[in-house]
Design a protein around this ligand. Sequence first.
Ligand SMILES: N[C@@H](CCC(=O)N[C@@H](CS)C(=O)NCC(=O)O)C(=O)O
Length: 232
Amino acid sequence: MLMLYTYPRGFGQFSLSPFCVKAAALLKLSGLDWTRRDLDDPRKMPLAKLPVLNTEERLIPDSHNIRQYLESQGAVFDPDLSDIQRAQSHALIRMAEEHLYFNLVIDRWGNDAVWPTIREIYFAKVPALLRRPVANGLRRKLMRGLGTHGIARYSAKERMMRVEQDLKAIQTCLWQGPFLMGNRPTSADLSVGPMLAAIRSTPVQTPLSRRVAEDAQLSDYIDRLEDKVPLP
Ligand SMILES: N[C@@H](CCC(=O)N[C@@H](CS)C(=O)NCC(=O)O)C(=O)O
């Protein structure tokens, strides 16, 4: 049976990681049999990140590679999409995973009001005496990475303005139907939905989490997707 290596549940989600939620949703829609195994430390995994799918023949890291593997096994996530819809879907996925995601990360790790809560949850397995030094060391490394990436160089206000443009693009699609590409969830929903859900579920309220939580259209969309693709 397929085994999904994932970060544990948290904040009311299948996983603390939106990429693990995406991978689980892909597996669910594929109709194949699968199960989960929770990991806290991905360092021994290929790419040193989660999710990873164990197919018994090989380990497949990265939610996009997992999608491609499932498609090679017959799963069809985007039936009946036109070429232009496929192009839009691809762009939405990249926007969610390469821009919204880093805003989520900085909202959780870079915000002093949120960090103590995140530290205690993400690093719960680290013995209490070591937790702060270990977690703070990783936080410093991650924030350096976000500086190199560039997102940490914007002010919080600038970041929110950029997120607003992403949300506008998503909401423009949602004015056309219940899901991004129409009446049923497709691959774009499985990236965008979990990313919005993760932003909304950050355990300490921030301007970003409130922006999604207090938007009826976005919140209804997250709930609709979770109803349509329920995860174990
Ligand atoms: N492109 C990857 C991204 C996966 C990813 O960024 N996973 C994060 C958690 S959300 C991770 O495992 N980070 C651990 C690390 O960077 O050390 C995918 O689609 O699976």
